[in-house]
Design a protein around this ligand. Structure first.
Ligand SMILES: Nc1nc2c(ncn2[C@@H]2O[C@H](COP(=O)(O)OP(=O)(O)OP(=O)(O)O)[C@@H](O)[C@H]2O)c(=O)[nH]1
Ligand SMILES: [Mg+2]
Ligand SMILES: [Zn+2]
Length: 366
């Protein structure tokens, strides 16, 4: 194993110069436990913990190591244990709002391709896909949609076309991980060949999606062995249980690095830019560009192309609603991240309320 087979590159090497001078070595986080980490390095795996100094100097917990991160460590002589002194800058990071909390949770760092996995069964949900695509774009990684369990769908190609229509520009692959290798309809490609364009040596792929869609089954196909536990007993385990309970970075024989993750029940947006939402809804952005007024809010203004498309059915109402919901969440997230913007927003509302009050005073007198 070399640094490069773990995803190392020249940018990281540049960022590491000062750490190397301090006698530290690079390693990549493969598993994150509550207080400890498992790392991969050219001379083997190690267990590690952050130094007290790193913990105390880190104000924002999202800056602490996450799976996929590169860290600068000092190995304890004669031990497989190490101390993490620093986290290298992240090229990309897939973040969400931690479930039920208000802080950023880095799901995976330094990911090149996010495989957004959906099953062609009850899980299939276009609105959730849109959400994953927007967050993937915001992460800096390129999304690829993987429609799994094609064997359970009467017409997988039609489902693929439907998904492609809501995800312009995003590749869609249709697979059947559990029955891979068996004789299949020609439309279903074996997992490894379907994903070949992204299975590049040194590239990092993260598999994300709801529990039970087949992320670990897909990874086992890529590993060529049944290493990851899969939800074979999901029926008896009861609903809502995750088979995979931790995020883990694994090396595949193709040379690509994959990150398995526990299914996400919900994907709350943490930090998504307006452009990421607009790119996800490129069709709506293109319509909006044709509205008569540059600042059209698409709420009944004359010459509104969005309104016209909703009326003639070219823009599905569900997609429009989905866009608006994501846009509201994006705006909320942006305000929280930017106190200046939040103050401006509050001032705007205060002014609006004052005007309303003044108007009511004139109307009703008081
Ligand atoms: N019919 C069918 N079943 C599949 C396919 N892929 C996976 N499964 C089954 O779906 C169940 C869940 O698969 P997992 O790979 O454990 O799903 P997961 O996404 O890793 O789930 P979590 O780890 O809980 O997030 C297992 O029983 C698999 O055998 C497929 O292509 N077709
Ligand atoms: Mg799993
Ligand atoms: Zn408009």
């Amino acid at each position: 194993m070399t640094l490069f087979s773990l995803g190392w590159n020249s940018l990281l090497a540049d960022a590491f110069v000062s750490h190397a001078a301090a006698g530290l070595v690079p390693a990549r986080v493969s598993v994150q436990h509550k207080h400890a980490y498992e790392l991969l390095a050219p001379d083997g795996p190690m267990e590690a913990a952050c130094t007290g100094r790193l913990l105390h100097s880190t104000v924002d917990r999202s800056a602490l190591p996450a799976v996929g991160d590169w860290v600068a460590v000092r190995r304890r002589p004669g031990e497989t244990r190490a101390d993490i002194h620093a986290v290298l800058p992240r090229r990309t990071r897939f973040s969400r709002r931690a479930a039920g909390e208000d802080f950023e949770q880095v799901v995976a760092a330094n990911v090149d391709t996010v495989l957004v996995v959906t099953a062609l069964d009850r899980d299939y949900n276009l609105r959730r896909l849109e959400r994953y695509l927007a967050v993937s774009r915001a992460s800096g990684a390129a999304p690829v949609i993987v429609l799994n369990k094609a064997d359970l769908h009467p017409d997988p190609a039609a489902a693929g076309a439907e998904v492609a229509a809501i995800a312009p520009g995003t590749p869609v692959v249709i697979v059947s991980a559990a029955v891979d290798g068996a004789p299949e309809p020609a439309t279903i490609c074996p997992v490894a060949s379907a994903l070949a364009p992204w299975l590049v040596p040194g590239a990092t792929l993260a598999l994300l999606g709801s529990s039970g869609v087949g992320k670990s089954t897909l990874i086992n196909r890529l590993l060529g062995e049944d290493r990851q536990r899969t939800g074979g007993l999901s029926g008896t385990m009861g609903k809502g249980r995750h088979t995979t309970t931790r995020r883990e970075l694994l090396l595949t024989p193709s040379g690509a690095i994959v990150i398995d993750t526990p299914g996400m029940r919900e994907l709350q947006i943490w930090d998504v830019a307006e452009e990421d939402v607009d790119q996800t809804f490129a069709d709506i952005a293109a319509l909006a560009a044709r509205c008569r007024f540059g600042d059209c809010a698409h709420r009944g203004e004359p010459g509104c192309a969005v309104q016209a498309a909703r009326e003639d059915g070219t823009l599905a109402e569900s997609r429009w609603q989905s866009y608006q919901k994501l846009q509201r969440e994006q705006a909320y997230a942006a305000r929280r991240a930017d106190p200046e913007l939040e103050r401006a927003n509050q001032a705007k509302w205060k002014k609006l309320h004052r005007q309303l009050r003044a108007r009511n005073r004139v109307k009703y007198g008081d």
